[in-house]
Design a protein around this ligand. Sequence first.
Ligand code: IMP
Length: 434
Amino acid sequence: MPGIVIVGAQWGDEGKGKIVDLLAEKADMVVRFQGGNNAGHTIVRDGHKYAFHLIPSGILYPGKACVIGNGVVVDPRVLTDEIDGLRAKGIDASGLRVSANAHLIMPYHLMLDSAGEAKLGKLSIGTTKRGIGPCYADKAARLGIRVQDMLDEKILKKKIAAALEPKRLTLRPFAKDPALDLQSMTEDYLTFGHRLEQFIADTSSLTQRCLDDGGTVVFEGAQATMLDLDHGTYPFVTSSNPVAGAACIGAGVGPRDIDVIWGVAKAYATRVGAGPFPTELDDAVGAEIRERGGEFGTTTGRARRTGWLDLVALRYAARLNTLTGLVITKLDVFSGFDTIRVCTRYRGDDEATFDVFPYHQSVLHHAVGDYVELPGWQEDISEARSLEDLPQAAREYLDFIADFIGVPIVLVGVGPGREQIIWTQSGDRLAAAA
Ligand code: IMP
């Protein structure tokens, strides 16, 4: 009964979508367990480009069970648009299931997200403005509207009215916005409910049944460890828990249902939005990595901040997630670099050094990377399909990472294509075990 969790081990955008897509082919079910349409990835299949923000990309395999778990926050407008987009391309979306207990992003959550960011001014987080934070806040305040509420007009209207009440003051600038009218909001969400009804289910039971029957379930994380609400660089984080432990809560399974946990990291580091980033390269090298790696957001189009690989943060992620395997993506971006730096500890104020990720925000905000310089390579590695195909320096770079983190590298990405991947021996073994 293998449960495989895939999480981001850095600040997001590590290429989890491609890894999940690879595993989904053989899996019986793919489950998203947190986040919302702040995530996004693009899959190219048979010459068509598909952009997903909510539906697991496993949906491209006909009939594959794809679950949006209870821990996800769902904007029904985005979800119905994604379903329409699939149908327009002749893709069968019948395998989709949405948890009846997942919370809904409401129009006022989008307004509150933008208003909150504007109010913070220079201290703003740089959110995706998709209403994620305000939706999770309502969930915790027990003022959330859930997917199942869309199926009952009376309950829906009553709950929206109750959720709006404490927000009146903050929403005053939007008071005349027709999207805030109680009656039309209720009608809109009832319509979404009718359209989504065939997909709404008790997804926790479905997932558990699949595991009990010996099926393979891939739990697809969104965002990443360093953006975790509890363990990331708070307050510059998202409003959910992208760490592996959250797969249990957000999918409704138990810790013993998880067998394999892979963390995905790029060969370098990127971050979108504000917040500490000790290995950031605010120079020509950073710009080169951004250009070569195409580091512009799929969800917001924002240019990503770039930096050297941060092994202090990666070791922290390996510990928090109890990673059993490490996936290194975009190694090809470094082809042509004479040397590559990798951060093995932080330097703070007063010559202090940190081998372990510092919990204290003031320390972290002043921390800069201390680097080991490794030889680069000139060869194009995009055709490599085994470790032996890689230049010695590229292999040494991977060995350095695996030795430092103490977790085997299972997959290495050498290009954007689906086939541009190296399964290492440990990866093959783990895949076979799964
Ligand atoms: P929110 O999730 O929209 O509230 O944004 C909070 C922080 O998480 C911001 O710094 C965003 O840029 C970041 N973030 C949210 N989703 C992603 C993602 O999928 N990739 C990278 N960063 C993300």
